[in-house]
Design a protein around this ligand. Structure first.
Ligand SMILES: Cc1cc2nc3c(=O)[nH]c(=O)nc-3n(C[C@H](O)[C@H](O)[C@H](O)COP(=O)(O)OP(=O)(O)OC[C@H]3O[C@@H](n4cnc5c(N)ncnc54)[C@H](O)[C@@H]3O)c2cc1C
Length: 404
């Protein structure tokens, strides 16, 4: 197959761009160094036949009807509203903090009319809000900070909230009602047959060729395409010339419990203060499957390993900007996705950014395409998040306890 566009990475970002370009008649080669499509959203059956998410639990939620409609071309959905409990002081209580969290934890009886007064009575107003610690203590006081935020943040980021900028905890997940859903988005559904099946449908186009187990950097010189869409790490693309962009990584410990039909009452239980792991997720809640045993995953944050969460510190953003400048000068390449843009994106944000990126690439290729040229010479030079507007962030990953 002659290739017009090479897409590096078969996760949400790469798959959406490939699908859009192929639908417009371009011939697209998608490569991924992993042995499967789907990127981090890949799901598969474990040795016991249970559908699991090897790279951690992925719950789809969006407020964008455009994005929901777009993905609905490739999957049916199963209604699922994620709920999370935190294990604190020997109790399982709702997180984000809501009326029931406060009542169960402190044996109180506040309601919608008095919860604000309660927060006002415990908060410690700070004149200058500089760090994440300031943000949380200013909003909900020291005790809730210690119980829910401090330990979790230290585990998650390897840093104390007092070392993280205020923007990291800008959204305090404390609610003044009884809503115990983790996300409040209008659209909260899981792909009925899983993410991988959805990706396979997206990439099922005669204009798309998919090659997994191929590292771009091992083949770079032999891969020829008029345009490249790169969704891998931006620092790797430029051979780490300014140094590595710091990421927080995770180790996933999967376990199957053959004699148990349910391990915990909700999809995820957070452990802010105990154990080395941050949370346990039980997949049957997410997938709705009723298998004889049940499969769970524990997440252990760590410094080394696959890049998962960009570390939200100003110096890292500054380092990224240097790579971004190089990317803008790179000819014939579009950089898109969470790794290329060094940004925590939820899945819907990746889809939104990728749809924009595809439009951008098509706009640049349109004229020569119309000529019917065999070898398309795109007018686009390079783009990095060019013109990409994102849907609103539902649960900011930079939030110290609330993350997808
Ligand atoms: C633990 C965890 C849980 C999450 N949970 C949620 C959730 O519940 N809801 C939500 O909306 N979002 C969630 N996310 C975010 C979600 O994973 C991302 O939004 C999405 O998967 C990013 O898609 P992407 O295509 O940009 O990147 P990726 O999925 O990382 O895809 C990039 C692909 O590029 C490939 N690649 C990289 N370098 C090369 C190379 N040199 N050659 C070839 N291929 C290469 C990689 O192998 C990878 O497959 C979660 C993230 C994490 C880490």
């Amino acid at each position: 197959m002659k290739v017009d566009v090479l897409v590096v990475g078969a996760g949400f970002s790469g798959a959406v761009v490939a699908e859009r370009l192929a639908a417009s008649g371009l011939r697209v080669l998608v490569i991924d160094k992993r042995p499967h499509v789907g990127g981090n959203a890949y799901d598969t059956r474990d040795a016991h036949g249970v559908l699991i998410h090897p790279y951690g639990p992925h719950i789809f939620h969006t407020n964008s009807t455009r994005i929901a409609h777009y993905l609905s071309r490739f999957t049916d959905w199963r209604r699922y509203e994620h709920r999370v409990l935190a294990s604190v002081d020997g109790k399982l209580v709702p997180i984000p903090i809501n009326i029931d969290t406060v009542n169960r934890l402190y044996g109180l009886n506040v309601d919608e009319t008095t919860i604000r007064d309660y927060f006002d009575s415990v908060r410690e107003p700070r004149e200058a809000i500089r760090t994440s610690e300031d943000v949380v203590i200013n909003a909900v006081g020291r005790d809730l900070y210690e119980k829910f935020f401090r330990g979790y943040t230290r585990k998650q980021w390897g840093l104390d909230p007092s070392q993280l900028s205020a923007s990291v905890a800008a959204r305090i997940p404390a609610r003044t009602d009884r809503d115990d859903r983790y996300f409040t988005d209008a659209f909260q559904n899981m792909p009925l047959n899983g993410y991988t099946a959805m990706f396979e449908n997206m990439l099922d186009d005669s204009n798309i060729q998919v090659e997994v187990g191929l590292d771009y950097f091992a083949m770079r010189s032999s891969l020829h395409a008029a345009h490249t869409v790169y969704t891998g790490p931006i620092d790797a693309y430029f051979d780490y010339c300014f140094g590595r962009l710091p990421y927080r990584s995770l180790r996933f410990e999967h376990e199957h419990l053959a004699d148990m039909t349910q391990y915990q009452p909700v999809g995820t239980v957070n452990y802010p203060n105990d154990y080395e792991y941050t949370r346990i997720t039980e997949f049957r809640h997410l997938t709705g499957e009723r298998t004889p045993g049940t499969s769970i995953v524990r997440e252990y944050p760590q410094a080394e390993g696959d890049p998962y969460y960009p570390v939200p510190r100003p110096e890292n953003e500054a380092l990224f900007k240097r790579y971004e400048d190089l990317a803008r000068r790179e000819s014939g390449v579009t950089f898109v996705g969470r790794l290329a843009q060094y940004r925590y994106y939820n899945m819907d944000q990746c889809v939104g950014a990728a749809l924009k990126a595809a439009e951008y690439v098509l706009a640049g290729m349109g004229e020569t395409m119309a000529d019917g040229d065999e070898k398309v010479q795109p007018r686009v030079r390079s783009s990095l998040a060019a013109g990409v507007s994102l849907p609103a962030v539902a649960a900011s990953p930079l939030d110290t306890t609330q993350r997808s």
